[in-house]
Design a protein around this ligand. Structure first.
Ligand code: 5AD
Ligand code: SF4
Length: 477
């Protein structure tokens, strides 16, 4: 029987990594990847629950497969990831033709569950325990990940990889479903992380992005009681030969300590791009969100970053229209964005999530049109700042890791060797230049000649030294 797999992934980097793991595992079981659901006999959706919109998109994509399933009942359709954990049986009710539901903690069971379906055992469901459905130890174990399976062919590029260092979250922000879908916060052991990083470096990875919901809160206590923190981990990873860049997302403001910032400063491979979501600029709202800090605390953290890492690029997330947000609260958020001058901000309209404290105890009282207006207003303020700040790069030379053809070049569908290429600086700034596809994976110095709010535009800087043509080593940012 043929095993043709199509997988669609939405959501955060955790999901991209989970899909990589599942594909690697299924390939080992004889599956091959195909480019569309039509060609596939197994279709998997890796889903996100963080906002309603993401879920609606999945339900509508599932709806499109209903007829295909009626025509070909042998086609297996599966839902994995956060929405599987959150909605569980409800997915069978809303989309009765779905065969498989698998939470983020059960991904390693997928090959067996697919076999069960093939063997005629009917629909399969495997999810983790709820946050109050057993002992802490059993709940934790039900959310385990399976990370050692790495398949370079599934990565966005062969020279970049994600590496999970932490799963779950215990912060319980009142609006957020992640502590329920991804379970309790657990740091992976430094031994596991280091050995995986070495495998990746041996496979040719030059850049690793460490993943965790609150990655800088990383902590692991071994049996002897020895504690490893994020800064210790960075120091150990920094030693790995072949690795040239270490990035990490997402950070939690309260754990952006002096010690961690000093470690980042002292380790040249560490990215100085810091994504530290503020969520709101109003103390009242931060309290309702239960974020655990005040605006003054956040500003103090910004001051610490500025003092220790003056070249760092900080970005943030904001939720507009959270329960009880007044116009004054919103103006305070605008003020925070103006004061902090983030490199960029991801802005979201509040979306009620079942199972969260906010959904149980607070009223979603900001009308949709007000949310939309605030979203656009904040975006405009941030865009103006990003555009202004990017101007200062004009005339400078920055070092980038070339990732591949730019979005524009990809749209053109011309596959000649010359095209517009895209890469990123150590600070995560996007740079495009006219180059050659073969440059993907190289570190190149680019002289910047123009800039928009999101992109720096330049050309490869070359210098003549004697008879040979040398390429300048990048100067960084
Ligand atoms: N509604 C809107 N945005 C949300 N986020 C998390 N939960 C919600 C929600 N219920 C946003 C936060 C977080 C980002 C990943 O998604 O800003 O940092
Ligand atoms: Fe959600 Fe808050 Fe945890 Fe981030 S820190 S994943 S927003 S609960």
């Amino acid at each position: 029987m043929s095993k043709r797999l199509y997988i669609e992934t939405v959501g955060c980097q955790m999901n991209v990594l989970d899909s990589e793991m599942v594909v690697a595992d299924l390939k080992r079981h004889g599956y091959e990847l195909v480019g569309s659901p039509r060609e596939a006999d197994t279709v998997l959706f890796n889903t996100c629950s963080v906002r309603e919109h993401a879920e609606e998109k999945i339900y509508s994509a599932l709806g499109k497969l209903r007829q295909a399933k009626e025509r070909n009942p042998e086609k297996t359709i599966g839902v994995m990831g956060c929405m599987a954990q959150k909605d569980q049986q409800l997915i069978f009710q809303r989309a009765p033709f779905v065969d498989l539901i698998v939470g983020p903690g059960q991904l390693q069971q997928i090959p067996t569950l697919l076999n069960n379906i093939r063997d005629g055992q009917g629909r399969q469901l495997a999810v983790s325990l709820g946050r109050k459905s057993g002992s802490q130890e059993r709940i934790r174990r039900s959310h385990e990940t399976f990370d050692p399976l790495r398949d370079p062919s599934m990565r966005p590029t062969p020279f970049q990889a994600y590496l999970r260092i932490q799963i779950g979250c215990d912060k319980f922000c009142t609006y957020c479903v992640v502590p329920m879908t991804r379970g309790p916060e657990q740091g992976r052991s430094p031994e596991q992380i280091l050995s995986e990083a070495k495998v990746l470096a041996d496979q040719g990875c030059v850049e690793i992005t460490l993943l965790g919901q609150t990655v800088n809160s990383y902590r692991y206590t071994d049996e002897a009681g020895q504690v490893t923190r994020m800064s210790d981990l960075l120091r150990q990873l920094h030693e790995i030969e072949g690795l040239r860049r270490l990035k990490f997302v997402t950070n939690y403001p309260k754990d952006m300590t002096e010690e961690l910032l000093q470690t980042i400063r002292d380790l040249p491979k560490c990215s100085t791009y810091l994504h530290v979501p503020a969520q709101s600029g109003s103390d009242e709202q931060l309290k309702r969100m239960r974020r655990g800090y005040t605006v003054a605390d956040y500003l103090e953290m910004m001051e610490r970053i500025e003092r220790i890492l003056p070249d760092a690029a900080v970005s943030s997330d904001f939720i507009v229209g959270f329960c009880g947000e007044t116009e004054e609260d919103f103006q305070q958020t605008i003020e925070l964005v103006r004061r902090c001058r983030f490199k960029n901000s991801f802005i979201f309209k509040y979306s009620v999530r079942a199972g969260t404290k906010a959904s149980e105890r607070m009223e979603d009282d900001v009308p949709e049109e007000v949310k939309t207006r605030r979203n656009n207003e904040l975006l405009a303020v941030q865009d103006e700042i990003s555009a202004e700040d990017n101007q200062r790069f004009i005339g400078q030379t920055v070092e980038i890791l070339v990732e591949g053809p730019s979005k524009r070049a990809q749209k053109k569908k011309d596959d000649g060797p010359l095209c517009q290429m895209m890469g990123r600086t150590l600070c995560d700034r996007i740079v495009v230049y006219d180059g050659n596809r073969r440059q993907a994976g190289q570190f190149l110095p680019i002289e910047i000649s123009d800039a928009t709010a999101t992109t720096l535009i330049g050309r490869v800087k070359t210098v003549h030294t004697g008879p040979q043509l040398f390429q300048l080593q990048g100067t960084g940012e």
